[in-house]
Write a protein that binds this ligand. Structure first.
Ligand SMILES: C[S@@+](CC[C@H](N)C(=O)[O-])C[C@H]1O[C@@H](n2cnc3c(N)ncnc32)[C@H](O)[C@@H]1O
Length: 343
């Protein structure tokens, strides 16, 4: 047996740290399972490091597996535990194309924690079995883009839809500035989506960008597409069967509930919104693609989501390591994660 220890990233929000380590054990299990690795349980263990996740594997981990593990949300460093309990540092090839700062720079009310977002993206990538060479990640309610940045960092193509046009504009401004400041080769195009009768349904923005000039020249640029629109009509904006993974932090009904009574679109409960959006989401997701949602258990229950997704023909991921993510964020938010796969 080969034993490995992952040193937990101390940069996690302090209040959230203990929970983050616990749920990261399940995330890691999902990542390892999806690579077909047979491992013992992943547990938090005292081995002389401040906080470590430990597991044993029948096979020695190869370079690609180490790299994939290093993309897990809790990762800071990985060691092989050798004879006498000594820790041998391993150096995985970096998993990221763009710098991790991309999702860390912006700070705003309503932002989804970037490590938590990474955890959701990893669960989606692990649950999906689409076999696409270049995977596409979509956030159908993307706020100011944390999921999209996390996807770009991991080398994915990304798409986002957000009803708040001001946030879409700010996301666009930020990403273009980021590419310019980092001297990343990129190209921006405006897009307009029209529906039946040529009526405009959304304004959009498309970015092609690569971490190196060579990658850009060799057609290895990643794409980001962003639309200011209502998520319930994404099937009129995005091609059918075009994304592998959908990840979204649902409006919690706390700070995103609209104070403006006229704005009924945003004032709806998360469940009502989902009931109306899911048929459109299903169309744009590829077969065997996965949806990962985080939500507030005070306003929506995991069981309600399971019933809704089952009624619309999804396979609900109701076994470990895809369940057991409930944790307290603050007095008004008890956050949980729900995962389902399109048949
Ligand atoms: C919890 S926030 C997402 C935050 C995002 N993950 C981030 O870090 O920036 C939920 C988002 O859903 C958006 N939203 C609510 N109803 C929507 C709808 N019908 N269509 C599209 N977006 C919607 C809200 O405007 C809000 O930005």
């Amino acid at each position: 047996m080969f034993q490995y220890a992952i040193l937990a990233n101390p940069g996690h929000n302090r209040i959230y740290f203990d929970t983050a380590v616990k749920i990261a054990c399940s995330e890691l299990k999902a990542i390892l399972d999806s690579m077909g690795l047979t491992v013992t349980e992943v547990t938090e263990k005292e081995i002389g490091l401040p906080a470590a996740l430990v597991f044993e594997s029948e096979q020695e981990l190869n370079e690609a597996q180490l790299t994939r593990i290093s993309a897990s949300s809790i990762y800071y460093a990985i060691f092989q535990v050798v004879e006498g309990g000594l820790l041998k540092p391993l150096q995985p090839t970096p998993f990221n194309t763009f710098p991790e700062s991309m999702s860390q720079i912006l700070r705003y009310t309503g932002k989804t924690n970037e490590q938590f977002t990474r955890l959701m993206v990893n669960l989606g990538l692990s649950a999906a079995a689409t076999n696409s060479e270049q995977k596409c990640l979509m956030d159908p309610m993307c706020g100011k883009g944390t999921t999209l940045y996390e996807g770009l960092i991991q080398g994915l193509d990304v798409m986002g839809v957000e009803i708040n046009a001001k946030w879409v504009q700010e996301t666009q401004t930020f990403i273009v500035k980021y590419m310019k400041n980092g001297r990343f080769k990129h190209k921006v195009t405006k897009e307009k989506r029209t529906g039946a009768g040529g009526k405009k349904v959304a304004d959009g923005f498309a970015l092609q960008a690569a971490h190196s000039k060579e990658a850009f020249a060799n057609d290895q640029a990643q794409s980001m597409k962003l639309y200011a629109a209502d998520t319930r009509i994404i099937n009129q904006i995005v091609k059918k069967n075009s994304c592998d993974v959908m990840v979204s932090d649902l409006p919690y009904g706390v700070q995103h509930g609209s104070k403006n009574a006229k704005d009924t679109k945003m004032a709806r409960s998360p469940l009502e919104l989902l009931e109306e959006a899911l048929p459109a989401w299903k169309q744009v997701l590829k077969p065997k693609g996965a949806i990962v949602l985080s939500f507030n258990e005070f306003t929506l229950k995991w069981k309600q989501l399971a019933e809704l997704f089952e009624s619309q023909g999804f396979k609900v991921m109701d076994e470990e390591p895809y369940i057991g993510y409930l944790h307290r964020v603050d007095q008004s938010i008890n956050r949980n994660i729900f995962i389902a796969v399109k048949p």
